[in-house]
Design a protein around this ligand. Structure first.
Ligand code: DON
Length: 584
């Protein structure tokens, strides 16, 4: 079934198509009379829709959907992990809420070295791999900032799903099977994901999580303090210590989600709003847009696709070379403001040639005029691979939310805290555990992203919004997929803004990905086949001739988006996953 037809049928099924009468009577700004939601799981999308219908706003809907995803799609995200959230409020204010995990205060640069060598198995699995879980702090901050419904009511759908059980999805079953050896090491993980005879839960079988239901109920009734200051922090720290971990109760007490200053960039006649460090996404999407702006992107997409992909690949290489050198937690390192200088970005393209792939790309040196003295993304004065998830909601008052949630790779560090049902993240692997050692996504980093006590690991999560010339939201997008998130989000923006594609088409279009190292241009050969957007064998041959080392790939990222045209919103979920999008 096509994405578009699925979207229409889903919307109709849920009775979400508003009558013209009810729309007229809403009394809201005529530019933003619609509402919508898109997530990777129908139950999460329907939870968002239920909240929107029962008086909640887009912020409430995003919180409820995120909590449901943590139950029904727990290999991707959950309350044992973190999130980055971009909010555009109906009053026009933009908020970037950093709910990124934090390294414990006992963390150190050498903690993943054994015999002088980096051991990535320790940063990817087991008790040392997790940072302080941060999603609950972030949703608490979202709710305090702009939520409308009662806090406890936002937990109802997630609690029910955990208590009653839901049929394990294909990806839940697949990742339990693929991570079985690690999951089995931890009795509380084993008890949830395996039958008593030791066999893994299969697709369609009920996944019941009574402990998680009770944890959610406690947070619903007793607040985030129950998690960070009370029983959860004690249980988690105690258990981790008993199996060789380092997070303590004090780390939980010290954790704060933070509001950061969003990154704002002009692109043609739009303004693109991105997430600042500890995400790298906002900076590099902005940088790449500035590098791309002089070129006739829309025309090339249609009539010279190899020129389009060649150019994309070249800007990706330059941005990811800068990422590896300059980016880290801006509370600890000065991320140069100059990376966002338009002239700097244009200069990075001085050695671009349209007839050949550039062999030797190095990081740039952002100019003195910008210097390294203006750390990006410090708290504002106002105070690969298929894991992670992006969800998006919009309400009829003009509140929009773009929220990416993650436990990092599938089932995080595989450790479930006994008696809580909470699976912990493995976000420590997003640090550069030693210079030049690639992480789970093949990313390398420098000192800027070294492990440090209380530091947040660099992220690729890229919740993004686009405003039109009048400052109204027109598009939002984001994705799951490690570093591919950055490039996938960029390509969805380009397809809509330059290519004139519908948002569903833009999300479905095949994509490419280059992350500087390794020097490989990945492309999706199984998507868009038979459409004008197919990356055909002819295009592949031309890209090879230009010198790009090509490699066919399955799904490169899973993207959700919402687009407004006039007074109509369209929500789109990625056909690469079994999600759902609704708009009314
Ligand atoms: O924050 C990051 O960049 C990663 N932890 C995201 C992981 C991810 O997207 C995994 N999905 N494939």
């Amino acid at each position: 079934m096509s994405t578009r037809r699925f979207f229409l049928q889903s919307a109709a099924l849920c009775g979400l198509l508003l009558s013209a009468k009810s729309r007229r009577s809403s009394g809201f700004d005529k530019l933003t009379v619609n509402r919508g939601a898109a997530t990777v799981h129908p139950l999460a999308t329907q939870s968002a829709a239920r909240i929107l219908r029962s008086g909640g706003n887009a912020i409430d809907a995003a919180i409820s959907a995120a909590l449901v995803l943590g139950v029904v799609d727990g290999h991707n995200s959950g309350i044992g992990g973190g999130c980055l959230v971009l909010i555009r409020r109906s009053n026009g204010q933009i908020h970037a809420i950093d709910g990124r995990e934090m390294a414990g205060l006992a963390a150190s640069e050498g903690m993943f070295l054994r015999g002088g060598k980096a051991d990535a198995s320790l940063s990817q699995n087991g008790p040392l791999a997790c940072g302080v879980p941060s999603q609950i702090a972030a949703i608490k901050q979202m709710h305090t900032l702009a939520g409308r419904m009662a806090w406890k009511d936002l937990f109802t759908d997630a609690q029910k799903a955990a208590f009653n059980g839901v049929a394990a999805s294909k990806s839940v079953a697949r990742t339990i099977a693929s991570e079985a050896d690690e999951l089995r090491k931890y009795p509380a993980s084993s008890a949830i994901y395996f039958h008593t005879d030791g066999t893994a839960i299969r697709e369609g079988e009920p996944l019941v999580q009574k402990d998680l239901a009770s944890t959610l109920e406690s947070i619903a009734l007793q607040g985030s303090e129950w998690f960070y200051e009370g029983p959860f922090a004690s249980k988690c720290a105690g258990y981790l210590k008993s199996i060789g971990g380092i997070l303590t109760r004090e780390d939980f007490l010290a954790y704060r989600s933070k509001e950061r200053t969003a990154i704002r960039t002009k692109y043609r006649d739009h303004e693109v709003i991105g997430f600042p460090p500890p995400s790298s996404g906002g900076i590099h999407i902005a940088q790449m847009l500035m590098m791309l702006e002089p070129y006739p992107i829309g025309a090339w997409m249609r009539s010279r696709p190899e020129a389009y992909y060649h150019l994309l690949c070249e800007v990706m290489k330059r941005a990811f070379a800068d990422r590896a050198y300059w980016l880290g937690d801006s509370d600890f390192v000065d991320v140069p403001q100059g990376l966002l200088d338009r002239e700097y970005s244009r200069n990075r393209m001085a050695n671009f040639v349209d007839s050949q792939s550039s062999m030797q790309i190095e990081h740039g040196t952002p100019g003195d005029s910008m210097g390294r003295n203006g750390a990006l993304g410090a708290p504002s004065s106002a105070e690969d691979l298929k894991h992670t998830t992006h969800l998006t909601t919009a309400d009829d008052e003009g509140n929009w939310v773009a929220m990416t949630c993650t436990v990092n790779t599938s089932w995080g560090c595989k450790v479930t805290v006994p008696g809580t049902g909470v699976m912990l993240n493995n976000q420590m692997d997003d640090f550069s555990i030693s210079p030049g050692t690639p992480n789970a996504f093949g990313l390398v980093g420098s000192q800027a992203n070294a492990v440090g006590p209380g530091k947040r690991p660099l992220s690729s999560m890229s919740p993004t919004m686009v405003l039109d010339a009048t400052g109204e939201p027109v598009l939002t997008a984001g994705a799951a997929g490690g570093p591919r998130i950055i490039n996938a989000t960029l390509q969805v923006l380009l397809r809509v803004l330059d290519g004139g594609c519908s948002v569903s088409e833009a999300v479905a279009c095949p994509r490419v990905h280059h992350q500087w190292q390794p020097d490989v241009l990945l492309f999706e050969d199984q998507f868009g086949v038979g459409t004008p957007w197919e990356i055909s064998p002819g295009i592949q041959a031309n890209l090879s001739r230009l010198g790009h080392p090509l490699k066919a790939s399955g799904s490169l990222a899973i993207c959700q988006a919402i687009h407004r045209q006039g007074d109509r919103l369209t929500a789109a979920h990625d056909p690469r996953a079994q999600g759902q999008s609704l708009a009314e």
